[in-house]
Design a protein around this ligand. Structure first.
Ligand code: ATP
Ligand code: MG
Length: 564
Protein backbone atom coordinates (compact mmCIF):
# COMPACT_ATOMS: atom_id res chain seq x y z
CA UNK A 1 0.00 0.00 0.00
CA UNK A 2 1.12 3.52 0.56
CA UNK A 3 4.84 3.80 0.92
CA UNK A 4 4.94 7.53 1.52
CA UNK A 5 6.31 8.76 4.80
CA UNK A 6 3.60 9.51 7.32
CA UNK A 7 2.34 13.02 6.84
CA UNK A 8 2.54 15.67 9.46
CA UNK A 9 -1.15 16.39 9.88
CA UNK A 10 -3.41 13.72 11.36
CA UNK A 11 -6.05 13.05 8.74
CA UNK A 12 -9.41 14.39 9.83
CA UNK A 13 -12.43 12.27 9.28
CA UNK A 14 -14.98 13.08 6.60
CA UNK A 15 -18.32 11.74 5.44
CA UNK A 16 -16.69 9.05 3.28
CA UNK A 17 -14.41 7.76 5.98
CA UNK A 18 -17.41 7.73 8.30
CA UNK A 19 -19.29 5.53 5.83
CA UNK A 20 -16.36 3.18 5.42
CA UNK A 21 -15.84 2.99 9.18
CA UNK A 22 -19.51 2.16 9.69
CA UNK A 23 -19.39 -0.55 7.01
CA UNK A 24 -16.30 -2.08 8.53
CA UNK A 25 -17.86 -1.97 12.00
CA UNK A 26 -21.02 -3.63 10.66
CA UNK A 27 -18.97 -6.38 9.05
CA UNK A 28 -20.16 -5.53 5.55
CA UNK A 29 -18.12 -7.48 2.97
CA UNK A 30 -16.60 -9.20 6.02
CA UNK A 31 -15.00 -5.90 6.95
CA UNK A 32 -13.02 -5.85 3.71
CA UNK A 33 -12.24 -2.47 2.12
CA UNK A 34 -11.35 -2.35 -1.56
CA UNK A 35 -11.03 0.92 -3.46
CA UNK A 36 -9.56 1.84 -6.84
CA UNK A 37 -8.27 4.83 -8.71
CA UNK A 38 -9.65 4.68 -12.26
CA UNK A 39 -8.06 7.23 -14.62
CA UNK A 40 -8.81 7.33 -18.29
CA UNK A 41 -5.37 7.27 -19.96
CA UNK A 42 -6.07 10.26 -22.18
CA UNK A 43 -3.83 12.80 -20.50
CA UNK A 44 -1.44 13.40 -17.64
CA UNK A 45 -2.65 13.43 -14.06
CA UNK A 46 -3.37 16.80 -12.50
CA UNK A 47 -3.77 18.12 -8.99
CA UNK A 48 -7.47 17.25 -9.06
CA UNK A 49 -6.57 13.61 -9.61
CA UNK A 50 -4.24 13.88 -6.63
CA UNK A 51 -7.28 14.52 -4.46
CA UNK A 52 -8.90 11.33 -5.72
CA UNK A 53 -5.63 9.38 -5.37
CA UNK A 54 -5.09 10.53 -1.79
CA UNK A 55 -8.68 9.65 -0.99
CA UNK A 56 -8.77 6.19 -2.56
CA UNK A 57 -5.30 5.08 -1.51
CA UNK A 58 -5.68 6.83 1.84
CA UNK A 59 -8.96 5.12 2.75
CA UNK A 60 -7.60 1.72 1.76
CA UNK A 61 -4.50 2.25 3.85
CA UNK A 62 -6.35 3.57 6.90
CA UNK A 63 -8.81 0.67 6.91
CA UNK A 64 -6.32 -2.09 6.16
CA UNK A 65 -7.70 -2.49 2.65
CA UNK A 66 -6.37 -2.46 -0.89
CA UNK A 67 -6.49 0.07 -3.68
CA UNK A 68 -6.30 -0.96 -7.34
CA UNK A 69 -5.06 1.14 -10.18
CA UNK A 70 -7.32 0.66 -13.18
CA UNK A 71 -6.96 2.34 -16.52
CA UNK A 72 -10.49 3.07 -17.71
CA UNK A 73 -9.45 2.64 -21.31
CA UNK A 74 -12.72 2.14 -23.16
CA UNK A 75 -12.26 4.95 -25.66
CA UNK A 76 -9.75 3.76 -28.28
CA UNK A 77 -9.19 7.05 -30.04
CA UNK A 78 -8.05 9.31 -27.23
CA UNK A 79 -5.86 6.96 -25.27
CA UNK A 80 -2.17 6.33 -25.44
CA UNK A 81 0.55 4.26 -23.73
CA UNK A 82 2.44 7.49 -23.03
CA UNK A 83 -0.37 8.37 -20.63
CA UNK A 84 -0.58 4.87 -19.16
CA UNK A 85 3.08 5.07 -18.20
CA UNK A 86 3.05 8.62 -16.90
CA UNK A 87 0.04 7.87 -14.69
CA UNK A 88 1.93 5.08 -12.94
CA UNK A 89 5.04 7.19 -12.45
CA UNK A 90 3.05 10.10 -11.09
CA UNK A 91 1.13 7.96 -8.58
CA UNK A 92 4.39 6.50 -7.30
CA UNK A 93 5.93 9.95 -7.12
CA UNK A 94 3.00 11.04 -5.00
CA UNK A 95 3.91 8.23 -2.63
CA UNK A 96 1.39 5.49 -3.32
CA UNK A 97 1.60 1.91 -4.55
CA UNK A 98 -1.35 0.01 -5.93
CA UNK A 99 -2.48 -3.51 -5.22
CA UNK A 100 -0.93 -6.03 -7.64
CA UNK A 101 -0.70 -5.35 -11.35
CA UNK A 102 -2.22 -2.38 -13.11
CA UNK A 103 -5.73 -3.30 -14.27
CA UNK A 104 -7.31 -2.27 -17.52
CA UNK A 105 -10.98 -1.98 -18.35
CA UNK A 106 -9.94 -3.28 -21.78
CA UNK A 107 -8.98 -6.58 -20.15
CA UNK A 108 -12.66 -6.94 -19.34
CA UNK A 109 -13.91 -6.38 -22.91
CA UNK A 110 -14.75 -10.06 -23.45
CA UNK A 111 -16.57 -10.33 -20.13
CA UNK A 112 -18.46 -7.11 -20.80
CA UNK A 113 -19.43 -8.42 -24.21
CA UNK A 114 -20.74 -11.65 -22.71
CA UNK A 115 -22.80 -9.67 -20.23
CA UNK A 116 -24.22 -7.60 -23.07
CA UNK A 117 -25.40 -10.77 -24.80
CA UNK A 118 -26.95 -11.86 -21.52
CA UNK A 119 -28.85 -8.59 -21.27
CA UNK A 120 -30.15 -9.05 -24.82
CA UNK A 121 -31.21 -12.61 -24.03
CA UNK A 122 -33.06 -11.40 -20.96
CA UNK A 123 -34.91 -8.83 -23.05
CA UNK A 124 -33.01 -6.03 -21.30
CA UNK A 125 -31.07 -4.73 -24.29
CA UNK A 126 -31.67 -4.27 -27.99
CA UNK A 127 -29.88 -3.19 -31.11
CA UNK A 128 -31.06 0.18 -32.35
CA UNK A 129 -30.38 0.92 -36.00
CA UNK A 130 -31.31 4.58 -36.01
CA UNK A 131 -28.74 7.32 -36.55
CA UNK A 132 -27.24 8.69 -33.33
CA UNK A 133 -28.88 12.09 -33.90
CA UNK A 134 -32.35 10.58 -33.90
CA UNK A 135 -31.62 8.65 -30.74
CA UNK A 136 -30.46 11.81 -29.03
CA UNK A 137 -33.60 13.67 -30.09
CA UNK A 138 -35.86 10.95 -28.72
CA UNK A 139 -34.31 11.16 -25.29
CA UNK A 140 -36.67 13.85 -24.04
CA UNK A 141 -35.87 16.36 -21.33
CA UNK A 142 -36.18 16.65 -17.59
CA UNK A 143 -39.83 17.64 -18.03
CA UNK A 144 -40.69 15.56 -21.11
CA UNK A 145 -40.50 11.79 -21.36
CA UNK A 146 -38.47 10.24 -24.14
CA UNK A 147 -39.86 8.59 -27.26
CA UNK A 148 -39.40 4.87 -27.78
CA UNK A 149 -37.23 3.79 -30.67
CA UNK A 150 -38.99 1.84 -33.43
CA UNK A 151 -36.40 -0.88 -32.74
CA UNK A 152 -37.24 -1.12 -29.05
CA UNK A 153 -39.28 -4.27 -29.48
CA UNK A 154 -36.95 -5.91 -31.95
CA UNK A 155 -36.99 -9.67 -31.31
CA UNK A 156 -34.26 -10.95 -29.04
CA UNK A 157 -32.90 -13.29 -31.69
CA UNK A 158 -32.60 -10.47 -34.19
CA UNK A 159 -30.81 -8.16 -31.73
CA UNK A 160 -28.45 -10.95 -30.82
CA UNK A 161 -27.70 -11.68 -34.46
CA UNK A 162 -27.06 -8.05 -35.37
CA UNK A 163 -24.97 -7.51 -32.23
CA UNK A 164 -22.76 -10.50 -33.11
CA UNK A 165 -22.35 -9.19 -36.64
CA UNK A 166 -21.47 -5.79 -35.22
CA UNK A 167 -18.66 -7.48 -33.34
CA UNK A 168 -17.64 -9.40 -36.46
CA UNK A 169 -17.10 -6.11 -38.26
CA UNK A 170 -19.90 -6.37 -40.80
CA UNK A 171 -21.08 -2.78 -40.37
CA UNK A 172 -19.58 0.66 -40.68
CA UNK A 173 -19.27 3.06 -37.73
CA UNK A 174 -22.62 4.39 -36.61
CA UNK A 175 -24.78 1.77 -38.36
CA UNK A 176 -26.12 0.30 -35.12
CA UNK A 177 -25.80 0.68 -31.37
CA UNK A 178 -26.70 -1.59 -28.50
CA UNK A 179 -29.03 0.01 -25.96
CA UNK A 180 -30.26 -1.04 -22.57
CA UNK A 181 -34.05 -1.45 -22.43
CA UNK A 182 -35.01 0.32 -19.24
CA UNK A 183 -37.57 3.12 -19.19
CA UNK A 184 -38.01 5.92 -21.73
CA UNK A 185 -40.09 7.87 -19.19
CA UNK A 186 -37.69 7.55 -16.27
CA UNK A 187 -37.10 10.75 -14.31
CA UNK A 188 -33.43 9.78 -14.53
CA UNK A 189 -32.42 10.70 -18.07
CA UNK A 190 -29.56 8.22 -17.85
CA UNK A 191 -32.15 5.41 -17.56
CA UNK A 192 -33.85 6.21 -20.87
CA UNK A 193 -32.41 3.28 -22.77
CA UNK A 194 -28.76 4.38 -22.64
CA UNK A 195 -26.34 3.28 -25.32
CA UNK A 196 -24.05 0.45 -24.21
CA UNK A 197 -22.00 -0.29 -27.32
CA UNK A 198 -21.15 1.49 -30.52
CA UNK A 199 -19.27 0.51 -33.62
CA UNK A 200 -15.85 2.06 -33.93
CA UNK A 201 -13.33 0.75 -36.38
CA UNK A 202 -10.39 2.06 -34.40
CA UNK A 203 -7.15 0.62 -33.05
CA UNK A 204 -6.99 0.37 -29.30
CA UNK A 205 -3.68 0.97 -27.53
CA UNK A 206 -3.87 -2.46 -25.91
CA UNK A 207 -6.33 -4.63 -27.82
CA UNK A 208 -5.18 -3.46 -31.26
CA UNK A 209 -7.81 -4.33 -33.87
CA UNK A 210 -9.36 -7.19 -31.89
CA UNK A 211 -12.51 -5.12 -31.43
CA UNK A 212 -14.53 -2.84 -33.62
CA UNK A 213 -17.29 -2.33 -31.08
CA UNK A 214 -16.48 -0.57 -27.84
CA UNK A 215 -18.46 -0.34 -24.59
CA UNK A 216 -19.39 3.11 -23.40
CA UNK A 217 -17.85 4.30 -20.19
CA UNK A 218 -21.13 3.95 -18.32
CA UNK A 219 -21.46 0.33 -19.35
CA UNK A 220 -17.85 -0.51 -18.45
CA UNK A 221 -17.16 1.46 -15.31
CA UNK A 222 -19.49 -0.06 -12.75
CA UNK A 223 -18.98 -3.61 -14.01
CA UNK A 224 -15.22 -3.16 -13.86
CA UNK A 225 -15.63 -2.23 -10.21
CA UNK A 226 -17.78 -5.32 -9.70
CA UNK A 227 -15.21 -7.57 -11.38
CA UNK A 228 -12.57 -6.24 -9.00
CA UNK A 229 -14.97 -6.56 -6.06
CA UNK A 230 -14.51 -2.92 -5.20
CA UNK A 231 -16.45 -2.28 -2.01
CA UNK A 232 -16.42 1.52 -2.06
CA UNK A 233 -16.38 3.00 -5.53
CA UNK A 234 -15.46 6.62 -4.96
CA UNK A 235 -15.94 9.17 -7.72
CA UNK A 236 -16.75 12.81 -8.30
CA UNK A 237 -20.21 14.37 -8.00
CA UNK A 238 -21.04 14.54 -11.68
CA UNK A 239 -21.42 10.77 -11.62
CA UNK A 240 -24.16 10.87 -9.02
CA UNK A 241 -26.80 10.89 -11.76
CA UNK A 242 -25.20 7.79 -13.27
CA UNK A 243 -25.49 5.75 -10.10
CA UNK A 244 -29.01 4.37 -10.82
CA UNK A 245 -27.71 2.90 -14.07
CA UNK A 246 -24.67 1.32 -12.43
CA UNK A 247 -26.92 -0.19 -9.79
CA UNK A 248 -29.26 -1.46 -12.51
CA UNK A 249 -26.44 -3.37 -14.23
CA UNK A 250 -25.36 -4.87 -10.93
CA UNK A 251 -28.90 -5.98 -10.19
CA UNK A 252 -29.76 -7.35 -13.62
CA UNK A 253 -26.45 -9.13 -14.11
CA UNK A 254 -26.31 -10.24 -10.48
CA UNK A 255 -22.81 -8.88 -9.92
CA UNK A 256 -20.76 -8.03 -6.87
CA UNK A 257 -22.58 -5.13 -5.17
CA UNK A 258 -19.98 -2.35 -5.47
CA UNK A 259 -21.47 0.82 -4.09
CA UNK A 260 -20.66 4.23 -5.52
CA UNK A 261 -20.06 7.32 -3.38
CA UNK A 262 -19.55 10.79 -4.77
CA UNK A 263 -17.46 13.70 -3.54
CA UNK A 264 -16.78 17.21 -4.82
CA UNK A 265 -13.94 17.61 -7.26
CA UNK A 266 -11.06 19.92 -6.54
CA UNK A 267 -11.19 23.18 -8.44
CA UNK A 268 -8.37 25.68 -8.04
CA UNK A 269 -8.45 29.35 -8.86
CA UNK A 270 -6.38 30.79 -11.71
CA UNK A 271 -5.83 27.52 -13.50
CA UNK A 272 -7.52 24.95 -15.71
CA UNK A 273 -8.19 21.43 -14.65
CA UNK A 274 -9.89 19.64 -17.48
CA UNK A 275 -7.71 17.29 -19.46
CA UNK A 276 -9.34 18.47 -22.66
CA UNK A 277 -8.21 22.02 -21.97
CA UNK A 278 -4.80 20.97 -20.77
CA UNK A 279 -4.35 19.05 -24.01
CA UNK A 280 -5.40 22.15 -25.92
CA UNK A 281 -2.65 24.10 -24.17
CA UNK A 282 -0.05 21.47 -25.00
CA UNK A 283 -1.11 20.97 -28.62
CA UNK A 284 -1.54 24.67 -29.25
CA UNK A 285 1.95 25.46 -27.95
CA UNK A 286 0.62 27.72 -25.18
CA UNK A 287 2.89 25.84 -22.79
CA UNK A 288 6.06 23.84 -23.40
CA UNK A 289 4.42 20.50 -22.61
CA UNK A 290 2.47 18.54 -20.00
CA UNK A 291 5.34 19.21 -17.60
CA UNK A 292 5.48 22.95 -18.12
CA UNK A 293 5.86 24.34 -14.60
CA UNK A 294 2.75 26.48 -15.09
CA UNK A 295 0.57 23.42 -15.63
CA UNK A 296 -1.50 22.03 -12.75
CA UNK A 297 -0.39 18.55 -13.81
CA UNK A 298 1.61 16.53 -11.30
CA UNK A 299 4.46 16.68 -13.83
CA UNK A 300 4.23 20.42 -14.03
CA UNK A 301 4.00 20.90 -10.28
CA UNK A 302 6.91 18.56 -9.73
CA UNK A 303 9.09 20.41 -12.24
CA UNK A 304 8.03 23.64 -10.63
CA UNK A 305 9.35 22.36 -7.29
CA UNK A 306 6.30 20.94 -5.54
CA UNK A 307 6.97 18.06 -3.17
CA UNK A 308 4.69 15.02 -2.88
CA UNK A 309 4.30 15.84 0.82
CA UNK A 310 2.98 19.31 0.08
CA UNK A 311 0.39 17.95 -2.33
CA UNK A 312 -0.70 15.24 0.10
CA UNK A 313 -0.97 17.85 2.82
CA UNK A 314 -3.08 20.06 0.58
CA UNK A 315 -5.45 17.16 0.02
CA UNK A 316 -5.66 16.52 3.76
CA UNK A 317 -6.26 20.22 4.42
CA UNK A 318 -9.09 20.72 1.95
CA UNK A 319 -10.89 17.61 3.15
CA UNK A 320 -13.67 15.76 1.37
CA UNK A 321 -17.18 17.11 1.01
CA UNK A 322 -20.16 16.97 -1.29
CA UNK A 323 -20.17 20.70 -2.05
CA UNK A 324 -18.60 21.93 -5.25
CA UNK A 325 -16.51 25.00 -4.77
CA UNK A 326 -13.25 26.68 -5.58
CA UNK A 327 -10.09 26.28 -3.59
CA UNK A 328 -7.85 29.33 -3.60
CA UNK A 329 -4.49 28.70 -5.26
CA UNK A 330 -2.93 30.25 -2.15
CA UNK A 331 -3.89 27.14 -0.19
CA UNK A 332 -1.77 25.02 -2.51
CA UNK A 333 1.08 27.51 -2.41
CA UNK A 334 0.97 27.64 1.38
CA UNK A 335 1.18 23.88 1.59
CA UNK A 336 4.41 24.08 -0.39
CA UNK A 337 5.79 27.02 1.59
CA UNK A 338 5.12 25.21 4.80
CA UNK A 339 7.04 22.15 3.66
CA UNK A 340 9.93 23.89 1.94
CA UNK A 341 10.36 26.26 4.84
CA UNK A 342 11.25 23.20 6.89
CA UNK A 343 13.47 21.38 4.42
CA UNK A 344 14.91 23.79 1.85
CA UNK A 345 18.46 25.06 2.39
CA UNK A 346 18.83 28.82 2.16
CA UNK A 347 21.11 30.21 -0.52
CA UNK A 348 21.85 33.62 -1.97
CA UNK A 349 21.11 34.54 -5.56
CA UNK A 350 20.73 37.86 -7.31
CA UNK A 351 18.16 37.79 -10.08
CA UNK A 352 18.72 41.23 -11.63
CA UNK A 353 22.30 42.12 -10.71
CA UNK A 354 23.63 45.57 -9.96
CA UNK A 355 27.39 45.84 -9.42
CA UNK A 356 28.68 47.13 -6.09
CA UNK A 357 32.31 48.06 -5.56
CA UNK A 358 33.54 48.36 -1.97
CA UNK A 359 36.07 51.11 -2.38
CA UNK A 360 37.75 50.46 0.98
CA UNK A 361 38.01 46.68 0.56
CA UNK A 362 41.36 45.41 -0.75
CA UNK A 363 41.27 44.13 -4.34
CA UNK A 364 42.28 40.49 -4.70
CA UNK A 365 41.20 39.61 -1.17
CA UNK A 366 38.52 36.96 -0.51
CA UNK A 367 36.98 36.15 2.84
CA UNK A 368 34.85 33.12 3.57
CA UNK A 369 31.87 34.08 5.70
CA UNK A 370 29.74 31.64 7.60
CA UNK A 371 26.06 31.44 6.60
CA UNK A 372 23.29 29.43 8.25
CA UNK A 373 21.76 26.84 5.92
CA UNK A 374 18.32 26.68 7.45
CA UNK A 375 17.24 28.60 10.52
CA UNK A 376 14.32 26.14 10.86
CA UNK A 377 16.63 23.16 10.98
CA UNK A 378 19.71 23.33 13.19
CA UNK A 379 20.96 20.03 11.77
CA UNK A 380 21.33 21.66 8.36
CA UNK A 381 24.47 23.41 9.64
CA UNK A 382 26.33 26.24 7.97
CA UNK A 383 28.30 26.91 4.82
CA UNK A 384 30.98 29.32 3.67
CA UNK A 385 30.11 32.17 1.34
CA UNK A 386 32.92 34.12 -0.37
CA UNK A 387 33.04 37.90 0.02
CA UNK A 388 35.22 40.27 -1.98
CA UNK A 389 35.59 43.82 -3.26
CA UNK A 390 33.08 43.49 -6.10
CA UNK A 391 29.59 42.21 -5.37
CA UNK A 392 26.19 42.05 -6.96
CA UNK A 393 23.04 43.17 -5.25
CA UNK A 394 19.48 43.18 -6.53
CA UNK A 395 18.78 46.12 -8.84
CA UNK A 396 15.44 46.65 -7.05
CA UNK A 397 17.27 47.12 -3.76
CA UNK A 398 18.68 50.45 -4.88
CA UNK A 399 16.91 53.75 -5.55
CA UNK A 400 18.69 56.94 -6.29
CA UNK A 401 15.82 59.10 -5.07
CA UNK A 402 13.97 56.89 -2.63
CA UNK A 403 10.48 57.63 -1.40
CA UNK A 404 9.95 57.80 2.35
CA UNK A 405 9.17 54.16 2.92
CA UNK A 406 12.18 52.81 1.01
CA UNK A 407 14.84 51.67 3.49
CA UNK A 408 17.20 49.82 1.23
CA UNK A 409 20.23 51.19 -0.59
CA UNK A 410 20.37 54.77 -1.75
CA UNK A 411 23.10 57.41 -1.72
CA UNK A 412 24.24 58.03 1.88
CA UNK A 413 22.24 55.07 3.25
CA UNK A 414 23.73 52.22 5.26
CA UNK A 415 22.35 48.66 5.05
CA UNK A 416 23.41 45.20 6.16
CA UNK A 417 24.60 42.54 3.75
CA UNK A 418 23.28 39.20 4.95
CA UNK A 419 25.94 37.19 6.87
CA UNK A 420 28.51 39.88 6.00
CA UNK A 421 28.99 43.56 6.82
CA UNK A 422 27.24 46.90 6.88
CA UNK A 423 27.87 48.83 3.71
CA UNK A 424 27.14 52.46 2.87
CA UNK A 425 26.61 53.91 -0.59
CA UNK A 426 28.57 57.05 -1.38
CA UNK A 427 28.44 57.29 -5.14
CA UNK A 428 26.77 55.95 -8.25
CA UNK A 429 28.27 55.30 -11.67
CA UNK A 430 26.01 55.87 -14.69
CA UNK A 431 26.23 54.94 -18.34
CA UNK A 432 25.85 57.39 -21.23
CA UNK A 433 22.03 57.11 -20.98
CA UNK A 434 22.02 57.98 -17.31
CA UNK A 435 21.26 54.47 -16.06
CA UNK A 436 22.90 53.48 -12.80
CA UNK A 437 25.36 50.70 -13.61
CA UNK A 438 27.44 50.52 -10.45
CA UNK A 439 27.30 51.57 -6.82
CA UNK A 440 30.40 52.73 -4.99
CA UNK A 441 30.16 51.82 -1.32
CA UNK A 442 32.31 51.44 1.74
CA UNK A 443 32.06 48.58 4.18
CA UNK A 444 32.55 48.73 7.95
CA UNK A 445 35.06 46.02 8.96
CA UNK A 446 33.75 46.25 12.55
CA UNK A 447 30.36 44.83 11.53
CA UNK A 448 31.48 41.37 10.42
CA UNK A 449 28.66 38.86 10.84
CA UNK A 450 26.06 41.60 10.58
CA UNK A 451 26.08 43.51 13.87
CA UNK A 452 27.63 46.83 14.79
CA UNK A 453 29.56 46.83 18.09
CA UNK A 454 28.41 50.41 18.71
CA UNK A 455 24.81 49.21 18.57
CA UNK A 456 23.81 51.28 15.54
CA UNK A 457 20.96 49.86 13.52
CA UNK A 458 20.15 49.61 9.85
CA UNK A 459 16.67 49.26 8.43
CA UNK A 460 17.38 46.71 5.71
CA UNK A 461 19.28 43.50 5.13
CA UNK A 462 20.10 42.65 1.55
CA UNK A 463 21.21 39.48 -0.17
CA UNK A 464 24.26 39.62 -2.40
CA UNK A 465 26.83 37.49 -4.19
CA UNK A 466 30.54 38.02 -4.81
CA UNK A 467 30.96 38.93 -8.48
CA UNK A 468 34.22 37.07 -8.96
CA UNK A 469 32.84 33.86 -7.45
CA UNK A 470 29.30 34.01 -8.77
CA UNK A 471 27.75 31.38 -11.01
CA UNK A 472 25.57 32.49 -13.88
CA UNK A 473 22.13 30.97 -14.19
CA UNK A 474 18.83 31.20 -15.98
CA UNK A 475 15.97 31.74 -13.58
CA UNK A 476 12.33 31.36 -14.57
CA UNK A 477 9.65 33.15 -12.63
CA UNK A 478 6.06 32.02 -12.90
CA UNK A 479 2.74 33.63 -12.34
CA UNK A 480 -0.79 32.24 -12.58
CA UNK A 481 -1.64 30.41 -15.77
CA UNK A 482 -4.91 32.36 -16.05
CA UNK A 483 -5.70 36.01 -15.54
CA UNK A 484 -9.07 35.34 -13.95
CA UNK A 485 -9.78 33.14 -10.93
CA UNK A 486 -12.69 31.20 -12.35
CA UNK A 487 -12.75 30.17 -15.99
CA UNK A 488 -16.37 29.14 -15.78
CA UNK A 489 -17.07 32.87 -15.87
CA UNK A 490 -15.77 33.22 -19.42
CA UNK A 491 -18.86 34.24 -21.40
CA UNK A 492 -20.29 31.75 -23.84
CA UNK A 493 -18.80 32.17 -27.30
CA UNK A 494 -15.53 33.59 -26.04
CA UNK A 495 -12.33 31.59 -26.24
CA UNK A 496 -11.24 30.61 -22.73
CA UNK A 497 -7.65 30.83 -23.93
CA UNK A 498 -8.04 34.60 -24.16
CA UNK A 499 -8.03 34.44 -20.37
CA UNK A 500 -4.54 32.99 -20.22
CA UNK A 501 -2.09 35.20 -18.39
CA UNK A 502 0.38 36.62 -20.93
CA UNK A 503 2.84 37.24 -18.10
CA UNK A 504 2.79 33.74 -16.65
CA UNK A 505 6.46 33.20 -17.48
CA UNK A 506 9.39 35.54 -17.11
CA UNK A 507 12.86 34.26 -18.00
CA UNK A 508 15.83 35.98 -16.39
CA UNK A 509 19.13 35.14 -18.03
CA UNK A 510 21.56 37.24 -16.01
CA UNK A 511 21.02 35.81 -12.55
CA UNK A 512 24.07 35.31 -10.30
CA UNK A 513 24.27 32.60 -7.65
CA UNK A 514 26.56 31.87 -4.76
CA UNK A 515 29.16 29.24 -5.70
CA UNK A 516 27.86 26.50 -3.39
CA UNK A 517 25.18 25.86 -6.04
CA UNK A 518 27.73 24.76 -8.64
CA UNK A 519 26.66 21.10 -8.58
CA UNK A 520 22.98 21.61 -7.83
CA UNK A 521 21.18 18.63 -9.32
CA UNK A 522 17.85 18.58 -11.14
CA UNK A 523 14.97 18.47 -8.69
CA UNK A 524 16.94 20.02 -5.82
CA UNK A 525 14.98 22.68 -3.95
CA UNK A 526 16.41 25.73 -2.23
CA UNK A 527 15.24 28.99 -0.83
CA UNK A 528 16.91 31.99 -2.41
CA UNK A 529 16.86 34.41 0.47
CA UNK A 530 14.17 37.05 0.05
CA UNK A 531 13.15 35.72 -3.38
CA UNK A 532 11.27 32.52 -2.83
CA UNK A 533 11.67 28.78 -3.16
CA UNK A 534 13.35 27.53 -6.31
CA UNK A 535 13.86 24.15 -7.92
CA UNK A 536 16.69 23.12 -10.21
CA UNK A 537 15.13 22.42 -13.60
CA UNK A 538 15.54 19.11 -15.38
CA UNK A 539 17.41 20.92 -18.17
CA UNK A 540 19.95 22.40 -15.76
CA UNK A 541 23.59 21.34 -16.12
CA UNK A 542 26.71 22.39 -14.25
CA UNK A 543 27.92 25.39 -16.24
CA UNK A 544 24.42 26.22 -17.50
CA UNK A 545 22.26 26.19 -14.43
CA UNK A 546 18.52 26.72 -14.66
CA UNK A 547 16.15 27.30 -11.76
CA UNK A 548 12.37 27.52 -11.60
CA UNK A 549 10.69 29.54 -8.93
CA UNK A 550 8.27 27.20 -7.19
CA UNK A 551 6.65 29.82 -5.02
CA UNK A 552 7.41 33.23 -3.59
CA UNK A 553 8.10 33.72 0.10
CA UNK A 554 5.37 35.18 2.14
CA UNK A 555 6.25 36.61 5.47
CA UNK A 556 9.68 35.08 5.69
CA UNK A 557 11.60 38.20 4.97
CA UNK A 558 9.39 40.41 7.07
CA UNK A 559 10.71 38.53 10.09
CA UNK A 560 14.35 39.08 9.18
CA UNK A 561 13.71 42.76 8.51
CA UNK A 562 12.25 43.19 11.99
CA UNK A 563 15.40 41.82 13.57
CA UNK A 564 17.37 44.61 11.80
P1 ATP B 1 -10.89 15.72 -16.42
O1 ATP B 1 -12.20 16.35 -16.13
O2 ATP B 1 -9.72 16.48 -15.92
O3 ATP B 1 -10.72 15.30 -17.84
P2 ATP B 1 -11.67 13.09 -15.71
O4 ATP B 1 -12.66 12.95 -14.62
O5 ATP B 1 -12.15 12.89 -17.08
O6 ATP B 1 -10.88 14.43 -15.52
P3 ATP B 1 -10.39 10.63 -15.18
O7 ATP B 1 -9.14 10.12 -15.75
O8 ATP B 1 -11.64 9.96 -15.54
O9 ATP B 1 -10.44 12.16 -15.52
O10 ATP B 1 -10.26 10.73 -13.60
C1 ATP B 1 -9.83 9.68 -12.80
C2 ATP B 1 -10.41 9.86 -11.44
O11 ATP B 1 -10.01 11.10 -10.90
C3 ATP B 1 -11.91 9.87 -11.47
O12 ATP B 1 -12.38 9.04 -10.43
C4 ATP B 1 -12.30 11.28 -11.26
O13 ATP B 1 -13.49 11.37 -10.58
C5 ATP B 1 -11.13 11.83 -10.45
N1 ATP B 1 -10.94 13.25 -10.70
C6 ATP B 1 -10.76 13.86 -11.88
N2 ATP B 1 -10.68 15.19 -11.74
C7 ATP B 1 -10.79 15.44 -10.42
C8 ATP B 1 -10.80 16.62 -9.61
N3 ATP B 1 -10.65 17.84 -10.16
N4 ATP B 1 -10.95 16.49 -8.28
C9 ATP B 1 -11.08 15.28 -7.73
N5 ATP B 1 -11.10 14.13 -8.41
C10 ATP B 1 -10.96 14.20 -9.74
MG1 MG C 1 -13.55 10.76 -16.33
Amino acid sequence: MSTGSPDAAPRPSDFLRDIVAADVAAGKHNGRVQTRFPPEPNGYLHIGHAKSICLNFGIAKEFGGLCNLRMDDTNPTREDVEYVESIQEDIRWLGFEWNGDVRYASDYFEQLYQWAERLIEKGLAYVDSQPADDIAKQRGTATQPGVASPYRDRPVAESLDVFRRMRAGEFPDGAHVLRAKIDMASPHLIMRDPILYRIRHAEHHRTGDAWCIYPLYDYAHGQSDAIEEVTHSVCTLEFETHRPLYDWFIEKLELFPSRQYEFARLNLTYTVMSKRRLLELVQGGFVSGWDDPRMPTLRGLRRRGYTPESIRNLCATIGVTRYNGMTDMVVLENALREHLNRIAPRRMAVLRPLKVTLTNYPGGRTEQLEAVNNPEDAAAGTRQVPFSRTLYVERDDFMENPPKQFFRLSPGREVRLRWAYFIKCHDVVKDADGNVVELLCTYDPETKGGDAPDGRKVKATLHWVSAEHALSAEVRLYDHLCRIPDLSEVPEGEDWKDSLNPKSLEVLTEAKLEPSLRDAAAGERVQFERLGYFCVDQDSRPGSLAFNRAVTLKDEWAKIQKRG
